[in-house]
Ligand binder design. Structure first.
Ligand code: HEM
Ligand SMILES: *[C@@H]1O[C@H](CO)[C@@H](O)[C@H](O)[C@H]1NC(C)=O
Ligand SMILES: *[C@@H]1O[C@H](CO)[C@@H](O)[C@H](O)[C@H]1NC(C)=O
Ligand SMILES: *[C@@H]1O[C@H](CO)[C@@H](O)[C@H](O)[C@H]1NC(C)=O
Length: 546
């Protein structure tokens, strides 16, 4: 009895010690090791403390920036009383990096330039440094040449996605294409790519026309009944949600509303519970939100599972030309094991398309309407081009490529207001950049907004809306080919970009042929990050039928 008791105590004690050791190791010893390694390599950055990393400074700098912005906007609003003067409109500045990412903007100035790095003649742009989210090191990169050197030797399948975000966004993306790694990523990407072929996209164009027309009819009715102001961001986000629901899982908006609303609620919940990324046990600090997101995630999975199962067992599964139908067809035609996606995987891909696809596209369109409202001459250029291409007939998929100027406008909007403000990766092996080693496990945070607004790359007119810079140049005159990254880079580049391009052109063509628009006096310009880059006070425009 006594011996048994002693053995039991020993077992409990040792497993307790083991757990403590594991926690210490993963929260402290291992990050500290990485810290030393990075430091030895000469990477600078704000000094982290345990266990918050640089969260405190991020908060502090953000608060100061928000206070400064509020002070400047209240002083300006007191200076005009009733009229919305044109000088007010001109205050809408496209120079957004220091307000969207105030901490990165500040750190760029104060860190990053260390003696060692200057000796190595690298990182002379001061735009690479280390910061910490909790106990996770992040390599901040806003230098395209560094990015080129770093990524040139890493294949798509060798890239990781930050483990901290993976856990956090599990209910959103699951193990879908955005998150999978290694050979699994190769398999998923291989099965999914054909679904986005031009022939398949073509079949989706009529869905897009249908949903957009419905939205525009509603606008016309609203205007008829006396209201002129329309929050175009809300409208377009709803329509893009409807389009993605139809193109991904083939459900109507009415039927899909349940999924749609839950997905949206989950996104908001996740963002709110997201504030201490990388801090050990931070989830315990907001258990309510974490649980809520989990619960919503389960409900969404259940609905999507029902849809996928029903489609799998029905005979006309290949008839519906939406993404799910195409994936099921892929599975059927090439039924070799290992190429198939399981039901569970299909559910995750549907979620991924929804989250990856609807808000980004909606935001690209919304920011476009804002910039076109500010630049009515470009509304006219585009209308002229549309008339020339479609000749007053219905738009048709084959003619979209002829909308060249619209393509420049799209690129210019993606440059100034990139809906995906950053690209995230994680090293799965030691990566050598010249004489530096980026250790296995280091997270990468590529600041797309910073590169898109860097005068060294684009010239002094970097913050001006000038679609013509893309006229004869895919890179918009950027001095470096990796300075323009709205869709990411390399093998893991966005799979939906052709779908987005098509949707963008269809929606914008339909809007421009029926309405003109200008900025509403109630609009206040405040782009902010809520997972993506959005107008934080909505986007009211004055809309007038043509
Ligand atoms: C304006 C619209 C869009 C923007 C700005 C955008 C941006 C991005 C970015 C920055 C990435 C990460 C790339 C990287 O890590 O290098 C990405 C990946 C991805 N996007 Fe998009 N996207 C858009 C539209 C869409 C649409 C419409 C879909 C699908 C219906 C989609 C599905 C995906 C998927 C599945 C991935 C993961 C690809 C992989 O890792 O292999 N995106 N997107
Ligand atoms: C926060 O910012 C203020 C002034 O901007 C500074 O005095 C203070 O030391 C900062 N605190 C932290 C924790 O960084
Ligand atoms: C990188 O680190 C992970 C986790 O620590 C480990 O499993 C993996 O084998 C490492 N990769 C290489 C190439 O050493
Ligand atoms: C998009 O279309 C172009 C040309 O039509 C094609 O070369 C490219 O591979 C497509 N991209 C994707 C991600 O499907």
């Amino acid at each position: 009895m006594g011996v048994l008791f002693q053995v039991l105590i020993f077992a409990i004690l040792s497993s307790f010690l083991y757990i403590i050791w594991r926690i210490l190791f993963s929260c402290w010893i291992s990050p500290a090791g990485v810290y030393l390694k990075l430091k030895k390599n000469g990477f600078g950055g704000p000094t982290p403390n345990f266990p918050l990393g640089n969260h405190k400074e991020i908060k502090n700098i953000s608060r100061a920036a928000a206070a400064a912005a509020a002070a400047s906007s209240s002083s300006s609003s007191s200076s005009y009383i009733t009229t919305f003067s044109s000088s007010e409109t001109s205050k809408i500045s496209n120079d957004i990096h220091s307000s969207v990412f105030p901490y990165f903007s500040q750190w760029q100035k104060s860190h990053g330039k260390t003696r060692d790095l200057l000796l190595l003649n690298l990182l002379s742009l001061r735009k690479v440094f280390i910061y910490w989210l909790g106990t996770e090191p992040f390599l901040y990169i806003a230098d395209p040449e560094f990015l080129r050197k770093m990524s040139s030797g890493v294949m798509g399948k060798s890239w990781g996605k930050p483990q901290v975000f993976k856990q956090d966004r599990e209910p959103m993306f699951g193990n879908g294409l955005v998150m999978v790694e290694g050979d699994e990523w190769v398999r998923h990407r291989h099965v999914i790519t054909p679904a986005f072929s031009p022939a398949n996209l073509k079949a989706m164009s009529s869905l897009m026309v249908e949903s957009t027309t419905k939205m525009l009819d509603k606008w016309a009715a609203l205007i008829n009944s006396g209201s002129q102001e329309i929050d175009v961001e809300r409208e377009i986000t709803a329509t893009a949600g409807e389009i993605i629901a139809k193109t991904s899982f083939g459900i109507s908006y009415e039927n899909g509303r349940k999924v749609f609303e839950k997905l949206r609620a989950m996104q908001i919940t996740l963002f709110k519970s997201n504030r201490y990324v990388g801090v050990p046990f931070s989830k315990l600090m907001c258990p309510g939100k974490t649980l809520e997101a989990k619960k919503l995630g389960k409900e969404i999975d259940a609905i999507l599972l029902t849809i996928v199962r029903a489609r799998k067992s029905s005979n006309d599964r290949c008839v519906q030309k939406d993404l799910l139908g195409l994936l099921l067809q892929e599975n059927g035609v090439d039924g070799r094991l290992g190429k198939m996606l399981t039901t569970r995987e299909l559910v995750d891909e549907c979620k991924t398309f929804f989250f990856g696809g609807h808000e980004t596209t909606a935001l690209a369109l919304s920011w476009t309407l804002l910039l076109l409202a500010r630049h009515p001459e470009w509304q006219n250029h585009l209308r002229e081009e549309i008339r020339g291409v479609t000749g007053d007939k219905e738009i048709d998929f084959t003619k979209l490529a002829g909308l060249k100027k619209m393509g420049w406008v799209m690129n210019e909007v993606l440059r100034l207001y990139s809906p995906a403000p950053n690209v995230q990766r994680q090293a799965r092996e030691d990566i050598q950049v010249d004489d530096l080693i980026i250790p296995n496990g280091t997270n990468m945070w590529i600041d797309v907004v910073a590169m898109h607004h860097d005068p060294k790359l684009w010239g002094d007119d970097v913050n001006e809306f000038k679609p013509e810079r893309f006229k004869d140049d895919l890179y918009g005159g950027c001095k470096h080919k990796m300075g323009f990254l709205p869709f990411g880079f390399g093998g893991r580049m966005c799979i939906g970009r052709n779908l987005t391009m098509m949707e963008y052109k269809i929606v914008l063509t339909l809007v421009l042929t029926r309405f003109s628009f200008s900025i509403s006096p109630s609009y206040s310009h405040s782009p902010a990050i809520v997972l993506s880059l959005r107008p934080s006070n909505g986007l009211p425009l004055i809309v007038t039928p043509l």
